[in-house]
Design a protein around this ligand. Structure first.
Ligand code: COA
Length: 182
């Protein structure tokens, strides 16, 4: 468990997957993630069985300390210990909690975990270019815009570009003073 200021992160457990499925299927989340189908509980259970045995993925429930309410999920996927890389995925499923800095706060904890515990060197973030919240969050945390993968995903009737940002361990070290004020 990772305990922070307003939030704590705890390992995703089987009991959580139905809540995560409901979040993923809601339009405000679904339109921003790369999963093109809506998912049912059978698929979600199958996903969890694979996830539980896969050391290349780590997911955490984001929980409000004050009320113990679960508000989202954050995780690293495609963890590659040889090259020291992973992809960061963030979702605040409860829309009423958007814009309160929770994704930023949870990301700080997971980035520290990635660099200081897993000894990774680089974290990548992929997003639709319309997703200003994820871009702003990443910029605040020192990610650099690295480009886009043109027309990678077919969604909403068209082929959409996917943006790529990256955070190196050396970038993270440089912005530690400003992170303290977030
Ligand atoms: C993207 C997401 C995780 C952001 O979570 P959040 O808790 O609202 O983010 P934060 O409150 O930490 O805000 C991050 C920054 O984005 C800005 N922001 C938030 N919503 C925004 C919006 N709709 N448009 C523009 N900027 C926005 C915030 O103002 C903040 O920047 P600032 O501090 O400079 O003002 C959340 O909207 C979400 O879960 N969306 C659906 C799933 C998703 O898109 N996941 C990422 C897929 S790659």
């Amino acid at each position: 468990m990772i305990i922070g200021k307003r939030l704590y992160l705890r390992c995703l457990d089987k009991q959580d997957i139905y809540k995560v499925m409901n979040w993923r299927n809601q339009p405000h989340v679904h339109e921003n993630i790369f999963s093109f189908t809506f998912i049912n509980s059978y698929q979600q259970e199958q996903w969890f069985e694979k996830y539980a045995q896969d050391s290349r993925q780590e997911s955490f429930m984001i929980v409000l300390k004050e009320t113990e309410e679960e508000i989202g999920v954050i995780g690293l996927s495609y963890i590659d210990y040889k090259n020291g890389t992973a992809v960061l995925n963030t979702m605040i499923g409860e829309k009423r909690y958007w814009g309160k800095g929770y994704a930023t706060e949870a990301s700080i904890y997971i980035i520290n975990y990635a660099f200081n515990e897993l000894n990774l060197n680089r974290i990548t973030s992929f997003f639709y270019e319309s997703n200003k919240a994820i871009i702003n969050k990443n910029l605040k945390l020192g990610f650099k815009m690295e480009g886009k993968l043109r027309q990678l995903i077919f969604s909403k009737g068209k082929f959409q570009d996917v943006g790529v940002m990256g955070l190196l361990r050396e970038d993270w070290v440089k912005i530690q003073d400003s992170i303290g004020n977030l």
